[in-house]
Every structure is written in C-alpha cells, then in structure tokens.
Design a protein around this ligand. Sequence first.
Ligand code: ADP
Ligand code: MG
Length: 484
Amino acid sequence: MQWETVIGLEVHVQLATRSKIFSGASTAFGAEPNTQACAVDLGLPGVLPVLNEQAVAMAVQFGLAVHAEIPEVSVFDRKNYFYPDLPKGYQTSQMYHPIVGAGDVEITLDDDTTKRIRIHHAHLEEDAGKSLHEDFHGMTGIDLNRAGTPLLEIVSEPDMRSAKEAAAYLKAIHSIVTYLGISDGNMAEGSMRCDVNVSVRPKGQEAFGTRAEIKNVNSFRFVERAIAFEVERQIELIEDGGNVVQETRLFDPERDETRSMRTKEEANDYRYFPCPDLLPVVLDQAYLDHLRSQLPELPADKRARFQNELGLSAYDANVLSASREMAEFFEEVHRVCGDAKQAANWVQGELSGALNRENLSIQNSPVSAQQLGELIRRVLDDTINGKAAKQVFQALWNGQGESADAVIEAKGLKQVTDTGAIEAMIDQVIAESPAQVAQYRDSEPEKRGKMIGYFVGQVMKASRGTANPQQVNGLLKEKLDALL
Ligand code: ADP
Ligand code: MG
C-alpha cells in the first residue's frame, strides 16, 4: 500500500509590539519574572482592556502580504479554560470573526519548484504566562511576563504533502513576518512556534485520514523530525489493523518521538463567547490602503525580480531573498559593482563561507556591502585578478584596510598586464627550469597543454600572484613552442 501524508500547520507568531495587546505593560524579553504583567494582563476585577492598534496594523499587514481578504469587522472572543499560567481563566482570542481571512503563500522546494499553500485565516490573541518546572523542587513556578503578549495565529489549509513542504512553509512564513518587521522571528526565544497536524491516507483516496496534532514545535528541524516520526507511527498503526485517534501529542527532540498528551474525549469545551469588554474591530478602506502603501517588497516578489530582471538562477534568487538582511546586502553590493551575477557569487561564496566559519550573521559582517562591491569592481575592470581578489577580501575581513583600493595599493596587488614585464618573468622562469623545458619538448604534443601548468605556476609566483593569468598562459605557450 502506498501512503500519502497530509499536513496542516497552525503557526503562532509573537508580534513585535512594544507593549501588550490589551495593556501598556512591556513585552521586552528576558526581564525578571513577574515584573511585566499588570492588572489588565491578570484580568483583575474592575480593569478594562484597550486594544493595541499596532497589533491590529501588524496582523493586517500580514494579511495583505499573503493576499488575504481582510473582513471589515472582526471580533474578540473569550476562550475559557483553567490553567495556572492563565490567571484570568480565559484567553482573549478570535474564534468566529478573525481579523485576516483566506489567503495563500508561495513556498519553494529543494528542486526550486514552487507551490501555493492556502491559508484558512489568521487571528489575533494574547499569549499566556509560562510555567517553570526547573528549580522549584517538585513545585511549579509561574512567570506571567508573557501573559498578554500579542500573537498572530496563522492557520493553513491541509495543503502540505511532506515534512519538507511543511518546513518550507514555515520558512516562508518566517521570511514574510521578518521582512514585514512584525516579528523578530526568533524561534529559540519562542517568538514563532507551531502546532503540526498530521494524517495519512492511502494514495488516491480523496477523504482525509484522522489527524494527530503535535503541539508547540519550535524549530524547522523539529518540524521535519516530528512529522517523520508521526507518519511512520500512523502507517504502522493502520497496517497493524489499528486506528489513528484524534489527539494532541508532544514532540520529544531528545528521544525523537511524539507522545500522547490528551485525546479528543479529554479535550476542553472552551465555551467561547464574544468578549463583552472589547468592541468589534472595524477597518475602513482608507486604513487598509494606508497599510498597503507601507508594505515593503516581499520575499516572493524579490525572488521573482532577482530572476527576471537581474538574470539570477532560481537557486541564487531563492538563497539571496531568504532573509531581508541578506537581500539588502546583496542589492547594495550589486548597486556598487553593477554586475548581479558577480555580486551573487561573492555574497554566496567567499562572504557566506567566511560568515559561516565564524558563525556571524550578515548584519555583523566585517566586510561591508560597499567594500565588497568596490572589490568586485576592481576585478571587473581588471585592476586585480581573481587570486589577488581573495587576498584583498581577506585583508578587508581582518580590518587591514579601509577599502579594496587601499589594500590593493598597500599590498602591491595591482594586476600586471604589461606584456614586456610578463615576458621578462617568463624568460627568467624558462632559463631557470631546463629540466622541465626538456620534458615539455620531449612529450607528446597533446600532453603539453597540461604541462604548461607548472610554468604558469612559477610565473604567477614570481609575480606574487599579480600577473594576468590569461596573458601568462598565452605568452608562455608562444615562448615554449618557439623552443621546440
Ligand atoms: P480545529 O477546528 O479542530 O482546530 P481545523 O479544521 O481548524 O480544526 O484545523 C486545524 C488545522 O489542522 C488546520 O491547519 C488544518 O489544515 C489541519 N487539518 C485539518 N484536518 C487535517 C487532516 N485530516 N490532516 C492534516 N491536517 C489537517
Ligand atoms: Mg485549531
């Protein structure tokens, strides 16, 4: 039997507002426990929530970025349940009238093909506090700093068919929210996490199988691993004559498995009802138009422009548009040097290699986009050859010069293109290598091309890497063949 995997994701994105969604308390990460939850976040008697307009604007911008319908009216509901880190006894969310309607996101797969994943809706809600289990000797500590932090929950249709597609979707969402600047996207700090719904069905069958939901997965890699485990578990279960039950599971990265947390029968009845303390949110056209006018160029548009206008390959366009910082760096290098392909090669090659080696992000690159662009310009106008360019890059990286030109000057790396000078070096090398010259002369003509490499190496060395390699090659061949 051939099985097909079906996946739908619910992604929680922490919005980068400075204060909470319904209060003025700070949302800054890392403060002392319980110093950033005010009476409103705790739902104390007599307080009234006030909606943070910035959270609304960010949610709408996300909606516009994924081509979603934005309904004129959205409504906040109370989702009632008891949990120690939710002292209010309810979470304010949007159940029936979310702020963002149906939209779609383009994902890019390993073979550079693209696929559209539909978004069912996205809604605003508040985060709960945190339960801390370490350091409390069998008890639980509660930190309510996170209570009331604005979240955008983005619910996809069950359109993904593999773990890879699910990871690509999560990356696409990450890229959109960070381009928009509506979230820092920091998964390690919990700014983005997702619930992964997984089911399997016999290939060709139209009806979906029963799904399991894996809660709170917080890295791209864990998403793939959790799905891989879950798919295998479900297939084995069905093939052994069992049934998948609808339940919530947890992924344990240490043991690389998912475990049942609660089944549908144990699920809460949340008794949703419209929050009587908050008015419906009504958005007019002028407001939407204003937010639309503030949208930056988005990853998918950048990718398309890099391919269509700059002539980059799908692969290059994809890598260079993955993060806004990377894209902006590349565009600046391109602006300075004027050659997109060279700019792409240097950013992805020499620069990314050096950044990875030292575990630096592109924002912290010791070589600026301006410096790299100027360096490439000196390669393009033949001031230096490729070998010297790498030396210049290294010097700039190490802070041994203000600009490519300064390094070229200081290190004497200017390319030698003067035929007379190159000929003089060649004559000297030939005079000092009688054995190699004899070998060259005595070998089969078709092998001589390869043997010339030795002489090129010697001449380049004599020039300290600055001779123009094409000229060296051509002149050497002439001179050696004249000795035959
Ligand atoms: P609920 O109302 O229980 O939250 P939804 O229908 O809203 O369920 O779906 C929640 C998430 O689960 C969505 O992202 C959806 O795409 C996904 N989903 C629904 N059915 C399946 C299924 N059979 N297999 C995989 N994912 C599914
Ligand atoms: Mg749900």
